[in-house]
Design a protein around this ligand. Structure first.
Ligand SMILES: Cc1ncc(COP(=O)(O)O)c(C=O)c1O
Length: 345
């Protein structure tokens, strides 16, 4: 199977598993709720350093990382601002509402980015009738926009506006290293324009489990407590943190390969009649074939029979994600299989 559903399907490498065994042999695991797991402590230190922040927290997933970040910077009854197509809004079970007691104002941005002037227009002032708006979340790269990158300059402009408006900024940076690699800057250059950042170890970096949250020491202290509340206080969790640490140190640079493969795939697919594609900037490709009258469900089922897996992004829209387990040959095979299917119809 050629599995283009997500970069989350990547499994650990031999070296990653070796790093887990070595940490075990060195006796580095401990009870992390007591702060005694040396591997987790090392991972948190490195994550904070790489992102240029005071502190970091290892969390079970991106969803948990986003939620503890929201809970730590808002109060029940507050309003938060999300880009209309954000992952937090679409795919995180509405935890902000159920658990955080937050209401949401969605703004349809441009390629997943909320320009500062748009934000300013949408933020409500102080009025006895209004909830207090406290935070805006940015998603970089933006999944539903097709892996679009929010540039360093865009981050800066938005951040400056939020400070004028008295808002905190959280970045859902599940794929922040993809955003950084795509524009040739270190991830910390993007993170500096956000009060908190969540990033995933378990996507393109190929770790089996885990995400990180970074920010000020005061923020991380609050986030740690909320993580405990959500059941994310884990014990000898170095067993997974060791894989995450190895991924963080060794897997970032290889993301360029995924971006190159995404471009190749997009070029090939765009030559097939009826396919309309959003030019990829990172490892996510979004395309549709509305003019062919073909639904995503039909396409996905037919391609599954031919050995290629895709994800639906709506009735006529498809997402494909390149990752470490997708080779250049897989890309060429996919293009040929899609072409054959479309021509046979
Ligand atoms: C942009 C974005 N944010 C957050 C998440 C949530 O990560 P997790 O699946 O680890 O909860 C994902 C997962 O795909 C994502 O794509």
């Amino acid at each position: 199977m050629i599995d283009l559903r997500s970069d989350t399907i990547t499994y650990p490498t031999e070296e990653m598993m070796q790093a887990v065994v070595e940490a075990f042999r060195r006796g580095e695991f401990g009870d992390d709720v007591y702060g005694e797991d040396q591997v987790v402590n090392k991972l948190e230190e490195r994550a904070a350093e790489i992102m240029g922040k005071e502190a970091a927290l290892f969390v079970t997933s991106g969803t948990q990382g986003n939620l503890v970040s929201l809970l730590s910077q808002t109060h029940p009854g507050d309003e938060i601002i999300l880009e209309a197509d954000s992952h937090i809004y679409w795919y995180e079970v509405g935890g902000f509402a159920r658990i955080g007691g937050l209401s949401v104002r969605r703004i349809a941005g441009v390629n997943g980015y909320i320009p500062p002037e748009m934000l300013e227009k949408e933020v409500r002032g102080v009025d006895i009738h209004f909830p207090k708006t406290t935070l805006v979340a940015v998603e970089n790269t933006h999944n539903r926009a097709g892996g679009k990158v929010i540039t360093k300059d865009q981050m800066k402009a938005l951040y400056e506006k939020t400070k004028e408006l008295g808002l905190a900024v959280h970045t859902d940076g599940a794929r922040i290293f993809n955003a950084a690699i795509a524009q040739g800057v270190p991830a910390r250059d993007l993170a500096q324009y956000s009060d908190s950042v969540m990033f995933c170890l378990s996507k393109g970096l190929s770790a089996p489990i885990g995400s990180m949250v970074v920010g000020s020491s005061e923020f991380i202290k609050k986030a740690r407590k909320f993580r405990k509340m959500l059941g994310g206080g884990m014990r000898q969790v170095g067993i997974i943190a060791a894989a995450g640490l190895w991924a963080l140190e060794h897997m970032v640079d290889r993301l360029q390969e995924d971006h190159d493969n995404a471009k190749l795939l997009a070029q090939g697919l765009s030559k097939i009649e009826g396919i309309h594609i959003v030019e990829p900037e990172t490892n996510i490709i979004v395309f549709d074939f509305k003019t062919l009258g073909l639904t995503s469900a039909e396409f996905i089922n037919a391609m599954k029979e031919r050995g290629v897996l895709f994800t639906s992004f709506g009735t006529y829209k498809i997402r494909a994600v390149t990752h470490r387990q997708i080779s250049k040959d897989d890309v060429m095979t996919t293009i040929e299989k899609v072409r054959a299917f479309i021509e046979e119809r």
